[in-house]
Design a protein around this ligand. Structure first.
Ligand SMILES: *Cc1c(COP(=O)(O)O)cnc(C)c1O
Length: 388
C-alpha cells in the first residue's frame, strides 16, 4: 500500500511505493479482454446459424493482435480467418494457426507461391492475378484455392460486372485453381434500409448465376458485421465480421457487443497551479481557479488524436475528468480540480464504457471518424499490448 499522504487539494508527495507502482505499469498499454472477444464471437455466430464465420483479423486484428484474436475467435465459433494481405495471412500460419485463411489484397507482382504452399486461400479480382496464381500453383506443386471477387457497386477492388463473365470462364478453364467461392463487399450495410444494399445483392445474384453457367459451383459470401447483424438474407455460406468481433457496433440498433480494447496509462506526476495559469503548447486552456493537474504520459505518437485537444475525457480516480490543453506527442494533462490524485493512479483513456468511462466511439464521434480508425491507430511498439 502507498504511504503517500493524500490531502485534498494538494498533490501527495512522491514516495517509493507510488514510484514503483508507476514504473511497474507500462507507460501506454492496450489491454485486450479475450473474454469479451469470446462473447462477441459467440454472439455473432448465433446470429448467423446457417453460415460459417470468418473472423476478419486484418491490420493486426484491428490493432488487437491478429494471432491472439484468431486463436480466441477460432475457439468460440469462427472457422475462417480473413486477412488483407498475404504477409498478414502468413503471419497467422507462423503463429501456428492452421484454420482456413483468406487473403484478398496484394499487388499484381506478388508471388503467390508461399501462400499457396501454406494453404492460404486467395481473393482474386483480375485475370492477371488469376494467371499469376495459376503460375504460382505450378511452382508450389499444389492447386490454389481462390475466391473470385465481383464488384457489385463499391467500385473498389472487385471484378467489374462487364468483365465478370470472361473472368469466371477463365477461372473455370484454369486447372491450377480451385474456385471455392465468389464474394463481394457492401458499401452501405451500416445504414440499414439503404437501397444500395439491395442493388448490390441483386448484382451478386447475377454474378452467381454467371458463375454457375461457367460450370463453377462456388460458395458465396457478402456480409460484413453490419450485414451480419441486419441482413440474415445475405448471410449465404460465410459471414465476414470484423469490427463487431472487437465489440464495436456498426449499426444503429442495440446489440450485446462488448468492447475488447481498453487503452490505459497512469499518472506520472501531479501538480497544483493557480487560477490564471495555462496549460500545454499554445497555452490554449487557462485555469479559472486553483486546481490540481495530473500528467499522463501518452500522446499523439501513441494514438491519441491531437484533434482531441481540449475535447476528451479520461477516467481517473473513479470519475471522468477533462484533458486540458493540447494533446502533445507524448503527454496529456488532466484537470482534477481539488480531488486527491496520486502518482501511479490508473488512467483509462478509452475502454468498455460500462462504468461511464470514455470509449473509442466517443473519440471517433468527436474527431469525425469511425471507431475502426481509433482502435487500429494504437501505435506499437510504444503502446504495449496485454491480454486478459
Ligand atoms: C474489413 C472487411 C470486412 C469486415 O468489415 P467490418 O465492417 O469490420 O465487419 C469484411 N470483408 C472485407 C472484404 C473487408 O475488407
Amino acid at each position: 500500500m502507498s504511504a503517500a499522504p493524500r490531502v485534498a487539494g494538494r498533490p501527495p508527495i512522491t514516495c517509493y511505493d507510488t514510484m514503483n507502482r508507476a514504473m511497474a505499469a507500462p507507460r501506454a498499454e492496450v489491454v485486450i479482454d479475450l473474454d469479451n472477444l469470446r462473447h462477441n464471437t459467440a454472439y455473432l455466430a448465433a446470429r448467423a446459424p446457417g453460415a460459417e464465420l470468418m473472423a476478419v483479423v486484418k491490420a493486426d486484428g484491428y490493432g488487437h493482435g491478429a494471432v491472439e484474436v484468431a486463436r480466441t475467435a477460432l475457439g468460440s465459433g469462427a472457422t475462417w480467418l480473413g486477412s488483407c494481405s498475404i504477409p498478414e495471412a502468413l503471419a497467422l500460419r507462423a503463429g501456428g494457426i492452421t484454420a482456413p485463411v483468406l487473403a484478398w489484397l496484394d499487388t499484381p507482382d506478388t508471388d503467390f507461391a508461399p501462400a499457396i504452399a501454406e494453404g492460404v486461400d486467395l481473393g482474386l479480382s483480375t485475370p492477371r492475378a488469376l494467371e499469376s496464381a495459376a503460375a504460382a500453383a505450378r511452382r508450389a506443386g499444389r492447386r490454389a484455392r481462390v475466391h473470385l471477387k465481383i464488384d457489385t457497386g463499391l467500385s473498389r477492388n472487385g471484378c467489374p460486372a462487364d468483365e465478370w463473365e470472361a473472368f469466371v470462364e477463365l477461372a473455370a478453364a484454369t486447372p491450377e485453381v480451385e474456385v471455392h467461392a465468389i464474394w463481394s463487399h457492401l458499401a452501405c450495410a451500416d445504414e440499414p434500409g439503404h437501397p444500395a444494399t439491395d442493388a448490390q445483392a441483386e448484382r451478386f445474384d447475377d454474378a452467381y448465376r454467371a458463375a454457375l453457367r461457367a460450370g463453377l459451383d462456388p460458395k458465396r459470401h457478402l456480409a460484413n458485421s453490419a450485414a451480419l447483424l441486419t441482413r440474415p438474407d445475405l448471410h449465404f455460406d460465410l459471414v465476414r465480421p470484423g469490427i463487431a468481433l472487437y465489440g464495436l457496433n456498426p449499426v444503429p440498433d442495440e446489440h450485446d457487443l462488448r468492447p475488447v480494447m481498453t487503452f490505459r496509462s497512469s499518472v506520472v506526476r501531479t501538480k497544483r497551479i493557480r487560477a490564471g495559469e495555462s496549460v500545454s503548447y499554445g497555452l490554449t486552456w487557462t485555469a479559472k481557479s486553483d486546481t490540481s493537474l495530473a500528467l499522463v504520459p501518452v500522446g499523439y505518437a501513441d494514438g491519441v488524436p491531437r484533434a482531441l485537444s481540449n475535447r476528451m475525457h479520461v477516467r481517473l480516480a473513479g470519475r471522468r475528468r477533462p484533458v486540458v490543453g493540447r494533446v502533445c506527442m507524448d503527454q496529456v494533462v488532466v484537470d482534477c480540480g481539488d480531488d486527491e490524485i496520486a502518482e501511479g493512479d490508473e488512467v483509462v483513456l478509452f475502454g468498455t464504457g460500462v462504468d461511464g468511462g470514455p470509449t473509442a466511439r466517443e473519440w471517433a464521434d468527436t474527431t469525425g471518424t469511425i471507431d475502426y480508425e481509433i482502435v487500429t491507430g494504437m501505435h506499437r511498439p510504444r503502446v504495449v499490448r496485454t491480454y486478459r
